[in-house]
Design a protein around this ligand. Structure first.
Ligand SMILES: NC(=O)c1ccc[n+]([C@@H]2O[C@H](COP(=O)([O-])OP(=O)(O)OC[C@H]3O[C@@H](n4cnc5c(N)ncnc54)[C@H](OP(=O)(O)O)[C@@H]3O)[C@@H](O)[C@H]2O)c1
Length: 323
């Protein structure tokens, strides 16, 4: 990314923005707003780096529930960058995106599909229907576990889909939890796991992102274990929504594509047929450099982690927690 220097954003503004982001990453939310960027400068933004700083600021405002101010900043940034992005034909005529791999090669030589269906927190019947729908919609990877108590439903869904004759069992990648060659971790736009991804890349370990949509349905489960949790609202993040608007896609598709475009395997869970199909349609568009930069800037580092598994006895004290 190139910067044209401090033409429009004074170095003191930059320092303030960096300070705000640092405080934000440390979880010191109340300190963030000490960094007051001057909104009038948004009118004359001239380089991408400056946009990113303002994105950071907008994200902080968003998290402080100053939604209107956050959306205002993000809209201005988008108005600014729109002319920089090559004019796009309407979606129906959209040029086919650069060919993207739909699977990654594991160190064992096997190919693992980048898109899978998550199966947690659903009954056997729901999962049977969801798995059949997903396989018929083109998914070839199902993420399941004994712990989800619905493996019989997974089996039924697979059997039903095989009967269609559109696939054979050997086309399917059914994960019952993974060998080490592929690591499954919480990973989404607020918790991008950069250090872990770097380490895994070095050792040729594939990464599967669980909770790629932020796992919005978790609240009820946690409450049943006496834990109060407000899952992050990724689907309504203004940056995500604006990128989605730009591509005429949904926020969920943008969140999934953002990860898959970086070769991170995604396993969104849904038991709703329309959402399963929607989540499966992530290979027919692509995010450009600016979209990727904007979404990357949403990373909160460690404070973005939301799965701590506190409800399982002993997990908090485990020497390797959080996993
Ligand atoms: N290894 C581990 O420790 C671990 C931990 C957690 C999860 N996992 C795996 O990862 C999978 C995914 O994680 P997750 O289920 O926690 O979170 P997720 O996939 O990020 O989110 C699933 C939630 O989002 C909703 N949803 C799905 N598509 C949507 C869309 N297009 N628009 C709006 N809402 C949508 C679903 O509701 P509906 O079903 O009502 O559509 C569900 O409540 C799990 O199912 C499981 O297979 C593994």
């Amino acid at each position: 990314m190139t910067s044209k220097g401090d033409k429009n954003l004074g170095s003191s503004d930059k320092e303030l923005a960096v300070k705000a982001k640092t405080e934000f990453n440390k979880g010191n939310y109340s300190n963030c707003l000490q960094a007051k960027l001057r909104p009038e400068r948004l009118e004359t933004l001239e380089d991408v780096d400056n946009c990113i700083l303002y994105y950071n600021y907008a994200v902080i405002l968003y998290h402080l529930r100053q939604y209107r101010a956050a959306l205002g900043i993000v809209s201005k940034i988008f108005r600014y960058i729109e002319p920089l992005v090559a004019p796009r034909p309407a979606r129906t005529e959209e040029a086919p995106p650069r060919t993207m791999n739909t699977s990654v090669t594991l160190s064992s030589g096997q190919r693992m599909p980048l898109l899978g269906l998550g199966c947690s927190r659903a009954s056997s019947q729901e999962v049977a229907d969801a798995v059949e729908t997903a396989l018929l919609a083109g998914y070839r990877h199902i993420d399941t576990a004994y712990f989800y108590r619905n493996e019989d439903g997974v089996g039924e869904g697979i059997q039903a889909a095989l009967k269609s004759g559109k696939m054979t069992r050997s086309d399917l990648f059914v994960v019952t939890k993974l060998p080490m060659i592929a690591m499954q971790v919480e990973c989404h736009v607020y918790f991008q796991q950069r250090a872990l991804r770097e380490a895994c890349k070095k050792h040729n370990i594939a990464i599967t992102a669980y909770a790629p949509l932020g796992s919005p349905g978790r609240k009820v489960l946690y409450e049943s274990h006496g834990v109060t949790l407000e899952p992050p609202d990724l689907l309504n993040n203004p940056v995500v929504c604006l990128v989605a608007q730009k591509h005429k896609r949904t926020a969920a598709q943008v969140l999934l594509r953002f990860l898959a475009q970086q070769d991170i395997i995604v396993i969104p869970k849904s038991t709703k047929a329309t959402r399963i199909r929607e989540n499966g349609d992530i290979f027919s568009f692509q995010l450009d450099e600016l979209d990727m930069a904007a979404l990357s800037s949403l990373d909160q580092g460690e404070p973005g982690r939301t799965f701590r598994m506190h409800m399982f006895p002993g997990v908090s004290d485990h020497p390797e927690a959080p996993f």
